[in-house]
Design a protein around this ligand. Structure first.
Ligand SMILES: NC(=O)c1ccc[n+]([C@@H]2O[C@H](COP(=O)([O-])OP(=O)(O)OC[C@H]3O[C@@H](n4cnc5c(N)ncnc54)[C@H](OP(=O)(O)O)[C@@H]3O)[C@@H](O)[C@H]2O)c1
Length: 315
């Protein structure tokens, strides 16, 4: 089978010919039709998990994918021919979704409603589960104000919609091109991060503070002014490990570093929301599997305005 691999950290992704893997107990072999591209995919190449997890090179890149069950191992509950989507990344076994066939743990897969195309489904798992878990993690409710910092990206666009659907007043940071789209999908206010520091702009509009932040952008060094926007007892969650909960607690604030968990129930709820038009995933770049290296470079360069998807046709 064709797969996009790296042979070591900091090397270029290339297309390789690999044997089709065999699913073990609790695992499902999926014939993929599409793979979703996430920033974590290039971060893995740069060694995001180096030292914490063994890497079995060559590693097939990619977490997210959608396709048809080819074979199911013992005890998965899946049958050949079922349409599924979910997460496939397992660097310890060199496995990922940028391939014609990939193995997922059954606990990271969900069935795909017939009305949902494979490319949309491939865009959902990581960004959708992150948005779901992060918005939930803030605990914000109707009438409260939430800043989504990084709202113009894959996770952010979904977070804006999930929060707005709960009656939360969402402030969305964005480039000027994406501002109109974010208002269309539910942002009450947008802040153009290219026009000055986000914290200054939000404070000017909300001198009394805001209730919560989903931060998808800031590093440890950058989080302070964003956390400083919160009202007393406000809550901030970070996708990038930028939070020190003890430092926040000393200031009367709450916070956590969160890691998305694409549980089958979360995946199913995301698919249902998309199917019923309550959640939109904008795919702004869709190219064949062979163009994965370019797609990753484009995403890393900040040229993406939505989700990137690789289409996969079995040879
Ligand atoms: N912890 C977890 O489980 C988890 C899960 C999913 C994602 N993540 C992380 O969360 C982050 C976001 O993921 P994603 O998939 O949404 O990435 P993405 O699609 O690349 O989106 C990031 C967005 O942030 C925008 N941005 C860049 N600089 C900004 C700034 N200073 N202020 C506000 N916005 C800015 C980018 O705009 P430009 O394109 O114009 O630069 C882009 O639209 C990534 O770091 C990812 O690795 C973590």
């Amino acid at each position: 089978m064709r797969a996009v691999v790296v042979t070591d950290f900091d090397t270029e992704p290339t297309v390789a010919e690999l044997p089709i893997p065999e699913p073990g107990p609790g695992e499902v072999l999926v014939r993929l039709a599409a793979a979703g591209v996430n920033p974590f995919d290039w971060k893995v190449i740069e060694g995001a998990m180096r030292g914490s997890v063994e890497h079995a090179f060559p590693i097939v890149l990619g977490s997210d994918g959608a396709g048809t069950v080819e074979r199911a191992g013992e005890g998965t509950g899946f049958e050949p021919g079922e349409r599924v989507f979910g997460q496939f990344m397992d660097v310890q076994h060199g496995r990922g979704s940028y391939a014609e066939y990939a193995i997922a743990k059954a606990a990271k897969l969900a069935r795909l409603p017939a009305a949902l195309p494979f490319d949309t489904a491939a865009a959902l798992p990581t960004a959708g589960a992150a948005a779901h878990d992060f918005v939930e993690g803030t605990g914000v409710g109707p009438g409260q104000t939430l800043l989504v910092n990084g709202a113009s990206g894959g996770v952010g666009q979904a977070a804006v919609q999930l929060a707005a659907a709960q009656g939360v007043r969402v402030i969305a940071t964005t480039d000027p091109d994406t501002a109109g789209y974010l208002r269309e999908i539910g942002a009450a206010e947008t802040v153009d991060f290219t026009q000055g520091p986000t914290a200054d702009q939000v404070r000017a509009a909300h001198p009394g503070g805001i209730d919560a932040v989903v931060d998808l952008i800031s590093s440890v060094a950058e989080i302070e002014p964003i956390a400083g926007l919160l009202k007393p007892n406000g809550v901030i969650v970070s996708s990038n490990g930028a939070i020190d909960a003890e430092v926040l607690a000393a200031r009367g604030l709450r916070g956590a570093n969160l890691y998305a968990n694409a549980r089958p129930a979360t995946l199913a709820s995301l698919a249902e929301a998309v199917e019923h038009g309550q959640l939109r995933f904008r795919i702004d770049f869709e190219v064949p599997l062979e163009d994965a290296a370019d797609a990753l470079a484009r995403l890393k360069a900040g040229l993406s305005r939505g989700k990137t998807v690789l289409t996969i046709e079995a040879a």
